[in-house]
Design a protein around this ligand. Structure first.
Ligand code: CA
Ligand code: FE
Length: 306
């Protein structure tokens, strides 16, 4: 939180056409815990998260992201932000209490790239398995990759410039990194932080309203390697084996859920304060920026969205 009243990515709702297989994948291979179910949705959280859920899987006939939501500090911040979003020119709708399990009221709006976002403060507190009194560092009985938390999403769209202006000017995010065309005219990618981490949401030029990937946070480089082992053992398609990003400096792997939504687990990176000076990458170095060792994009990275 950098003083703008927005704490972090709180949840993402992902559409799944292979619903049962996806529920099995997110619980046993990713290792999230189920905290609720309703007719078309399963609610999950990572072990280190204390709110009711961070991932909602939704039965659908296609893959993709229904919406992504950020948790704000309190209801005053929510009201203030609602006003700023409207001033920017986005229409805001109220999502009423208990529209989904465990959730209070939220506000919902569509950003210039066509993605649906929500901001909320109220959500049921469920706590963590290690407790809050003299806790052990991690709980017994972890399954699969068992990341600490949902961390960020990379989304695609045409108007990365206006979207960046929306996040920095209306919502008070910090732009940590950007990729620009060589002539400096075009904004190709933009990395935006509202927390102390390198990015909480990022945008890359591409088809509107699409998801590139959702990222979960692990402790360290060895955990990233081990996550890759777990995926191979379970014959999950791995798109990118352990490597480092130039952008954000994170250590990473990419892979796909059973419906074709790209996932990432990652670790590392730097601390972000509100005076963080934006890092610039030029388009000719985007390969190094995304994959620091190979120094080139692979074919699927720039063509597969869900
Ligand atoms: Ca983050
Ligand atoms: Fe990422």
């Amino acid at each position: 939180m950098n003083g703008n009243g927005i704490e972090r990515v709180g949840r993402i709702q992902l559409r799944q056409f292979d619903f049962e297989k996806s529920v099995d994948y997110y619980t046993n291979i990713i290792g999230l815990d189920i905290t609720g179910r309703d007719e078309n949705r399963v609610y999950l959280k990572a072990w280190d998260e204390w709110d009711h859920h961070s991932v909602i899987l939704e039965k659908s006939d296609s893959a993709g992201m229904d919406h992504i939501a950020f948790k704000v500090t309190n209801n005053d911040a929510l009201e203030r932000l609602e006003h700023r979003i409207e001033q920017f020119g986005c229409t805001v709708h109220r999502v009423s209490n208990r529209t989904r399990i465990g959730e209070g009221e939220a506000i919902r709006f569509i950003i210039p790239t066509g993605h649906t976002f929500e901001l909320y403060n109220e959500i049921e507190y469920v706590g963590v398995p290690t407790g809050r009194l003299n806790p052990h560092p991690w709980p017994d009985g972890l399954r699969g990759i068992s990341p600490h938390r949902l961390d960020h999403a990379l989304l695609s769209g045409d108007d990365v410039k206006t979207t960046t202006r929306f996040f920095t000017e209306a919502l008070g995010f910090v732009q940590t990194e950007k990729v620009i065309s060589i002539d400096g005219e075009e904004l190709i990618a933009s990395f935006l932080s509202t927390s102390m981490t390198g990015h909480d949401v990022a945008f890359i030029k591409g088809p509107d309203a699409k998801l590139h990937h959702v990222g979960f946070y692990l402790d360290n480089w060895y955990e990233v390697l081990k996550a890759s082992d777990i995926l191979s053992r379970n014959e999950v398609e791995i798109e990118v084996t352990p490597t480092r990003h130039g952008i954000t400096r994170g250590e990473t792997i990419y892979f796909y859920d059973p419906s074709g939504n790209r996932n990432e687990v990652y670790t590392g990176g730097y601390a972000v304060y509100s005076d963080f000076p934006t890092i610039t990458w030029t388009e000719d170095k985007i390969g190094t920026g995304i994959f620091y060792h190979r120094r080139q994009l692979n074919e699927t990275f720039s063509s597969v969205f869900s």
